[in-house]
Design a protein around this ligand. Sequence first.
Ligand SMILES: Cc1cn([C@H]2C[C@H](O)[C@@H](COP(=O)(O)OP(=O)(O)OP(=O)(O)O)O2)c(=O)[nH]c1=O
Length: 206
Amino acid sequence: MALKHKLILASGSPRRVELLHQSGIEPARLMPMDIDETPKKAEHPRSLARRLSAEKGDAAFAAIKSDAAWQGSYILSADTVVAVGRRILPKAEFVDEAAAALHLLSGRGHVVYTGICLITPDRKARQKVIETKVRFKRLSGRDIDMYLASGQWRGKAGAYGIQGLAGSFVQKLVGSYTNVVGLPLYETMLLLAGEGFDVHAGWQEG
Ligand SMILES: Cc1cn([C@H]2C[C@H](O)[C@@H](COP(=O)(O)OP(=O)(O)OP(=O)(O)O)O2)c(=O)[nH]c1=O
């Protein structure tokens, strides 16, 4: 069946592509947007997730707005932020920052915020920020050393991926699991459907 509207995913995150695929949605185009993700001074983690998801969407919109082939498309973007209280943990690129993040998360509760932004074919921007509360067990030195050696922390907010080895660190989770992985599926589908995108168009047997 031909899709009435195309979806552009303004993201380079394989997790977001996989989560959409799980929901029967295949973006027509992936547009990773390289924006400055530095938090502003005293910026709340919720505000940061909201701002960065919007900036990714705006950047993708600016890149395609004069391209006739993409007129009438939806643009979806997201940003995931991990915070202990108001303290924002970095998206880990180096092993020492990953070690510091894991020590901080050990035996404590934290909050994962994912901002989602949808730009509709009539150029309205719709936004939401979803929160999930997560509590890690107390991590042993060996848990941390072996996790660092696995490399699964690389490029992930808070230096962990709940969908991998770090899933076993989770003592308690309140809210959306897919929100932690990078895209809250229930809320994303609700947003898309509410703006007229046929979320069931790709649901076929087999
Ligand atoms: C907490 C957590 C984060 N993550 C990932 C999701 C995101 O990809 C990443 C947070 O960084 P983001 O800046 O939200 O996303 P990204 O840079 O990977 O992709 P893009 O901006 O192009 O959309 O951390 C997990 O995969 N599992 C987890 O448990």
